[in-house]
Write a protein that binds this ligand. Structure first.
Ligand SMILES: [Zn+2]
Length: 319
């Protein structure tokens, strides 16, 4: 057994002296510097159980045997993770944590546990349901990677980050939305549908069941949303071909958190979406059980004479 010793220390703490014995060189691949063939030989020769992969924005520690067994290019794997990471960053308009962002895969985290942070600890429980390149299903688990990366771009002040404590499903849902954006952008439009529960048909069924249950019980509010509802609320907007991920991203970039309370945040979401996309989003938010303050609804209605035409809840008839 053995592994790297990673030290994170402040310069102000003063000099640190370490003396290590019996140290072995750690396999360490740097995109744009190392090449696959030489690295494969290095992996074949090492007995060190953990291997580092690095590119501009992402730094990954994984099991050497898993990485050595990968049939895809290491250069391509680590660069793709960086590309996915950068999509989330660009879409959200958030800078995220300092880079290279570090991800430590499946070292001590078991049973689906995962945690964001710097370094981030990830397991690879969550996978794409149907695609099967080796590195997606056996090695990296993009769901964990992209969810945890999403946390660095989802903070108080972002569009759907309603509150750290009262609305945990929003805090956890927004990173999943960023995940959807990233896979669609990097792997092609509609790639998100490969995840269980994320196909258009499944989302529609979930959406309608949620709203109909709410209506049957006298109405819901933001606290009733599950993570799937949070993701679908935003994805449904991007589903409109006139809006797309770019249109939703524009709303992210334009959003200014009011800094007062949750209702003000929800009102600001309605105002930002409407202003950015030049349509009244009040009826959509009302239909999706996200109550907007009546005076704000009235202002939006007067300002934008056209409602959002693609509202997927328009004309919903509950059983
Ligand atoms: Zn999370």
């Amino acid at each position: 057994m053995g592994g790297p010793i990673l030290l994170m220390a402040r310069e102000s703490w003063g000099p640190v002296t370490l003396t290590l014995h019996n140290v072995l060189p750690q396999p360490h691949f740097v995109a744009g510097v190392d090449n696959d063939a030489d690295f494969a030989a290095e992996l074949a020769a090492t007995t060190v159980p953990f291997t580092m992969l690095q590119e501009e924005d992402v730094f990954v520690l994984g099991h050497t045997d898993e990485i050595a067994a990968a049939t895809d290019s290491i250069e391509e794997m680590i660069t793709t993770l960086g590309d996915l990471w950068r999509v989330e960053q660009d879409f959200s308009g958030q800078s995220g944590w300092s880079t290279p962002h570090m991800f430590f895969f499946d070292l001590r985290v078991e049973g689906g546990g995962a945690h964001s942070g710097n370094p981030a600890y990830l397991s690879h429980t969550w996978e794409l349901s149907t695609t099967n390149p080796f590195w997606q299903t056996s090695f990296l688990g993009k769901w964990g990677f992209l969810h945890e990366a999403g946390h660095s771009f989802s903070n108080p002040g972002t569009l759907l980050y309603l509150d750290k404590y009262a609305y945990i499903s929003w805090r956890e849902g927004e990173p999943n939305l960023l995940n959807m954006v990233a896979v669609d952008t990097v792997f092609g439009a509609g790639s998100h549908q490969q995840w269980s529960g994320r196909s258009d048909a499944e989302r529609q069924a979930t959406r309608e069941a949620f709203v109909c249950n709410c209506l049957a019980s006298g109405g819901c509010d933001a606290t009733d949303f599950g993570t799937a509802d949070v993701v679908d609320f935003a994805m449904s907007i991007a589903d409109d071909p006139a809006i797309g991920w770019d249109g939703l991203s524009a709303a992210y970039h334009a959003f200014v958190e009011p800094g007062t309370d949750q209702q003000a945040h929800i009102d600001a979401v309605a105002e930002t979406l409407s202003a950015q996309l030049d349509r009244d989003f009040g009826p959509y938010m009302t239909a999706y059980q996200l109550p907007v303050t009546p005076s704000v609804l009235a202002t939006l209605d007067a300002t934008y004479p056209t409602d959002w035409e693609a509202n997927p809840l328009e004309g919903l008839v509950c059983p």
